[in-house]
Design a protein around this ligand. Structure first.
Ligand code: PRT
Length: 94
C-alpha cells in the first residue's frame, strides 16, 4: 500500500512540475477555480462514498474511496505537503 501511495504521489508531483496538456492531474493544478477545483471534487466524491456505503455497494465504495485518496494526494501536493505528512499524523495517533 505504501508503494502504491508513494508511486501515485510521485506521478502527481511530476504532473505538477511538467504540466502535460492531456493530464487531468495537471489540469487541477492550473484550474481557473484554483484550489477550489480539487476541494469541490473532494466534496463530491465524499458524498458519492456516503451514498455507496448506504447502498452497501462494496465495488462502488472502493471506487469512490480511491477517488478521494487520489484527490487528497493532489491537495497535499498543492499545499507543498506530501505522503510523509499524512503518515506522520497517523503514526502519532498509534
Ligand atoms: N488515480 C487517479 C484518479 N482518480 C480519479 N481520477 C479522475 O478524477 C476524475 C473524477 O471526477 P468525476 O467524479 O467527475 O469523474 P467521473 O468518472 O464522472 O465519476 P466517478 O465515476 O469517477 O465518480 C475523473 O476524471 C478521473 O479520471 C484520477 N485521475 C488520475 N489518477 C492517477 O493519476 C495518474 C496520472 O493521471 P493524468 O494526470 O490524467 O495523466 C493516473 O495514471 C492515475 O494513476
Amino acid at each position: 500500500m505504501d508503494d502504491v501511495l508513494d508511486d501515485l504521489f510521485a506521478v502527481i508531483e511530476d504532473r505538477k512540475k511538467t504540466v502535460p496538456e492531456d493530464s487531468y492531474t495537471a489540469s487541477l493544478f492550473t484550474h481557473e477555480k484554483g484550489e477550489n477545483a480539487v476541494l469541490e471534487k473532494l466534496g463530491e466524491e465524499t458524498t458519492e462514498l456516503v451514498l455507496a456505503a448506504k447502498d452497501d455497494d462494496r465495488e462502488e465504495i472502493a471506487h469512490e474511496s480511491a477517488d478521494i485518496v487520489y484527490h487528497l494526494l493532489v491537495l497535499l501536493a498543492m499545499k507543498d505537503m506530501d505522503v510523509t505528512d499524512l503518515e506522520a499524523e497517523l503514526e502519532a495517533r498509534r
